[in-house]
Design a binder for this molecule. Structure first.
Ligand code: AMP
Ligand code: GLY
Length: 424
């Protein structure tokens, strides 16, 4: 079989690593990929957003299955494009991907299907937003969110009227998040612990993956700016078996059912970002794809064949596929370029990778790296994911931080408290 993976981050490296364990797969292509994938995949220099060229490539190479990693091509309708030409592709259609692509759609959907989420109001104009602020519709702090995809940056927590007015101006008037700022959401601030909850869905049924928790803030102690994710652990310490059932019953199944009802059949990975509140789990956001770096973390625990799961979803036979997970814990620490998520330099040589990779139970997935001759250079904000699996979270984190101590590049920055507070 020939597989084509779209994306180039740590998430895609982990998916390719897992797929490559299937002996039926003779060839994996990846667009655009990264420097760390060369041993297991062939890189293709195409952008994830160039749907027509990706389609052309898949046709020419007679690809058996294409797998989409990031949200932007899904939101742009790449699945519909491939399916129209009779090509197999893993991921939700454009209509289903709206669950992530529009926060207004997703919040109104949750209200309609009584899926627990923060109380909210949609503002279509700055005046509507200002009027809600003036009349004190939400008490402080509350949250203001741009409607569309804003690379995780369109969420602002405001603690005063002044901050609220500024946030509305930023989103709707100066349009700092572009088209995502046509509409916005004002929403109640939820307190509790955050947990990532992903399921495989074939549109009718959904099967939970093991849980995970990601660390979104850049600095130790959950301080500093929000990032794409600085680390993750699995299982999440904040969700037990009873809560998993509750999430499946009150959130996941009504979502899969509701999307089918709306003619937006959800086939792919449904990711619910949850807040575990005193009133039970509530949805912060939906994503229509694998999380990053959660995927790097949990692929180490997946015992079943990933290709079979993907094909089960694409061919509507997911119920026939066994999905087994190891009981071990796992974790990821992201090594980032100095300055990330703001400005950072690239082109720094990376040292010590082979020593880190040689440790038992450790995997290093590349994200922003480039290969030049036999050297690896940094090429992005999040550079490497150092991951491990072991019977206890404590051992996982010891392995990861030992491996991290071997790796270095100029300006390397990482959190050294991933999984620490949860260890005891
Ligand atoms: P989102 O992209 O909607 O998941 O928001 C990004 C991050 O902002 C979340 O992971 C939370 O940490 C935070 N956040 C979003 N909505 C809320 C809320 N209603 N209450 C508290 N924190 C929130
Ligand atoms: N780790 C959060 C995300 O993938 O959106």
């Amino acid at each position: 079989m020939k597989i084509f993976v779209i994306g180039g981050g740590g998430r895609e490296h982990a998916l390719i690593w897992k797929l490559s364990q299937n002996p039926d797969i003779k060839q994996i292509y990846v667009a655009p990929g990264n420097g760390g994938m060369d041993e297991i995949a062939t890189r293709v220099h195409l952008s994830v957003n160039d749907g027509q060229s990706l389609l052309q490539f898949a046709k020419e190479k007679e690809i058996d299955l294409t797998v989409v990693g990031p949200e932007a091509p899904l939101a742009a309708g790449i699945v519909d494009l491939f399916e129209k030409k009779g090509l197999k592709i893993f991921g939700p259609s454009q209509r289903a991907a709206l669950l992530e692509g529009s926060k207004v759609f997703s919040k109104e959907f949750m209200r309609k299907y009584e899926i627990p989420t923060a109380d909210f109001l949609v503002a279509n104009t700055p005046q509507e937003a200002m009027s809600a602020i003036e009349r004190g519709r939400f008490s402080y702090p509350f949250v203001i969110k741009a409607d569309g995809l804003a690379a995780g940056k369109g969420v602002i927590v405001v603690s005063s009227k002044e901050e609220a007015v500024k946030a509305v101006e930023k989103i709707m008037v100066s349009k700092e998040f572009g088209g995502a700022g046509e509409r916005l959401i004002l929403e109640e601030f939820l307190t509790g612990q955050e947990t990532s909850f992903m399921v495989f869905s074939d549109g009718k049924r959904a099967f939970p993956m093991v849980t995970s928790k990601d660390y979104k803030r850049r600095d130790n102690g959950n301080e500093g700016p929000n990032t794409g994710g600085m680390g993750a652990i699995s299982p999440s310490p904040f969700i037990d078996y009873a809560s998993i059932r509750m999430v499946m019953e009150t959130i996941i199944m009504p979502t899969v059912f509701g999307m089918a009802q709306e003619s937006r059949l959800f086939k792919g990975v449904l990711y619910a970002g949850l807040m575990m509140t005193p009133q039970g789990p509530k949805v912060l956001e939906f994503n229509c794809r694998f999380g990053d770096p959660e995927t790097q973390t949990i692929m180490l625990r997946l015992q079943s064949d990933l290709l079979e799961i993907f094909l089960g979803i694409v061919n509507n036979s997911l119920s026939d596929v066994d999905i087994d997970w190891s009981m071990n814990a796992s974790g990821t620490v992201v090594l980032a370029s100095g300055g990330y998520p703001e400005r950072y330099e690239t082109g720094k040589e990376i040292y010590g990778l082979s020593r880190g990779t040689m440790m038992e139970g450790v995997q290093i997935f590349h994200a922003g790296t480039e290969k030049r001759d036999s050297k690896f250079l940094t090429s992005g904000g999040r550079v490497l994911n150092v991951c491990a699996t072991a019977p206890s979270l404590q051992t996982v984190m010891e392995k990861i931080y030992t491996a991290v101590s071997f790796v270095s590049f100029e300006g390397m920055n990482y959190r050294n408290d991933i999984g620490v507070e949860e260890k005891t």
